[in-house]
Design a protein around this ligand. Structure first.
Ligand SMILES: Cc1cc2nc3c(=O)[nH]c(=O)nc-3n(C[C@H](O)[C@H](O)[C@H](O)COP(=O)(O)O)c2cc1C
Length: 226
């Protein structure tokens, strides 16, 4: 899909419903090849990718859902974003959740439908492939995250160029021991984030979810301008 950079940035959105069509390895290779042009501090290129499809992906899906149903708490190998109760960040999360539940027809008190939605996330929204991003534990914990953010966005934009959708997902690494069991990610690597990737299912109502942004004035101070 030919588009200029700004169009791509504006068009990218999280895709939470996929066609089952497999993604050729060569295509994901092209996407990663472009994505690693991302800048990184001292060009240290801290990213390491594990690209999963087929049987191992099915096994991870099943394992994660099984643990969730058994009541095991989802947990991450790195510190997730948190906020104080009274902050604007919690309010934004609530706004997003309300919007998603409304689109998906999930009533607030409907625990079983909420769990179903959670499971969709744990299943990488049934995408035919997932890209997991890891870093070596020799690196400091928070330092490489800036670099990973850049490569993560590049993956999403490059995928868009090829007509593929993506969803960056903490949920995809919330049962890390299951992921490790089926991928052989060594203990020396920290599992940071997952990106579900595949051709968007245009008929899936989940893909009509839209997210809002605060106006620029709310996040930007202009110094020295007129
Ligand atoms: C670090 C990170 C983690 C995320 N984790 C999840 C997730 O676990 N499940 C999910 O559905 N979306 C996840 N998202 C997607 C965000 O909800 C989404 O980017 C945000 O709502 C803005 O919407 P947009 O991507 O459609 O523009 C994550 C995004 C980021 C950057």
């Amino acid at each position: 899909m030919e588009m200029n950079i700004l169009d791509a940035i504006r068009m990218r959105k999280s895709i939470r419903g996929y066609k089952p069509d497999p993604i050729p390895k060569a295509l994901i290779m092209d996407i990663i090849e472009a994505a690693i042009k991302a800048p990184s501090a001292v060009n240290c290129q801290p990213w390491e990718f594990f690209v999963i499809t087929g049987e191992p992906l099915l096994k991870i899906r099943e394992g994660a859902v099984e643990k969730f149903r058994a009541g095991e708490n989802p947990h991450s190998e790195h510190e997730l974003i948190t906020w104080t109760k009274d902050s604007v960040y919690g309010a934004r999360q609530v706004e997003l959740a309300k919007h998603i539940f409304q689109i998906m027809g999930i009533a607030r008190e409907d625990k079983s439908k909420r769990n179903e939605w959670m499971e969709r996330g744990l299943r990488y929204f049934d995408a035919p492939a997932a890209i997991l991003i890891c870093v070596d534990k020799k690196l400091s914990e928070s330092g490489p995250l800036l670099d990973l953010g850049a490569v993560m966005q590049n993956i999403c934009l490059s995928a868009l160029h090829h007509g593929l959708g993506t969803c960056i997902e903490d949920q995809g690494v919330m049962y890390p021991e299951v992921v490790r069991q089926h991928t052989g990610i060594p203990a020396s690597k920290r599992l940071i984030i997952a990106i579900a990737i595949g051709f968007p299912d245009r008929d899936d109502v989940a893909n009509t979810i839209t997210s809002t942004r605060e106006p620029v004035e709310n996040s930007t101070k202009w110094i020295g301008f007129d």
